[in-house]
Design a protein around this ligand. Structure first.
Ligand SMILES: Nc1nc2c(c(=O)[nH]1)N=C([C@H](O)[C@H](O)COP(=O)(O)OP(=O)(O)OP(=O)(O)O)CN2
Ligand SMILES: [Zn+2]
Length: 123
């Protein structure tokens, strides 16, 4: 069994309703995000690959395009633009083209923030 991961970065703006830091969070502001998508599987004995990283990359490009340089409040089916919702949104976008999808993590490196999503069926 192997875990194979691919990352992409995106820059985006949002607003957020919070119980603390209410005013600055409500104002439109931006973050630099890094997403990591991980699949689990056995390497095919002929190709030596779990999945070709080139195919993996194509699958992630569409998700990145839906987030990069976007106003996240307007992204359909996202909800409040938290790391939690971003990781679940990316999961839903890539699950059909990523067999063995195991984990989606979204990082906000400037703050040391990260959130991982293991899918709707994970305990
Ligand atoms: N559980 C979560 N909590 C918070 C999230 C989140 O995604 N999940 N996100 C935010 C905000 O996006 C917020 O803008 C980050 O705020 P904060 O940590 O207070 O840091 P700064 O505003 O100083 O961040 P900068 O990146 O330096 O602007 C809050 N909570
Ligand atoms: Zn923010």
């Amino acid at each position: 069994m192997h875990e194979l991961s691919k990352q992409f970065r995106f820059e985006a703006a949002h607003t957020l309703n919070r119980a603390i830091d209410v005013e600055p969070s409500r104002r439109i502001h931006g973050h630099s995000y890094r997403a990591e998508v991980t699949v689990r599987g056995a390497a095919d004995p002929d190709s030596g690959m779990v999945v070709d990283l080139g195919l993996f990359s194509r699958a992630l490009a569409e998700a990145r395009d839906g987030l990069d340089h976007r106003f996240l409040d307007e992204v359909a089916d996202l909800g409040p633009a938290t790391l939690e919702n971003l990781s679940a949104w990316i999961w839903r976008r890539v699950e059909s083209v990523c067999p063995g999808l195991h984990k989606v993590t979204v990082y906000r490196d400037s703050e040391g923030d990260a959130c991982s999503y293991f899918g709707p069926r994970a305990a």
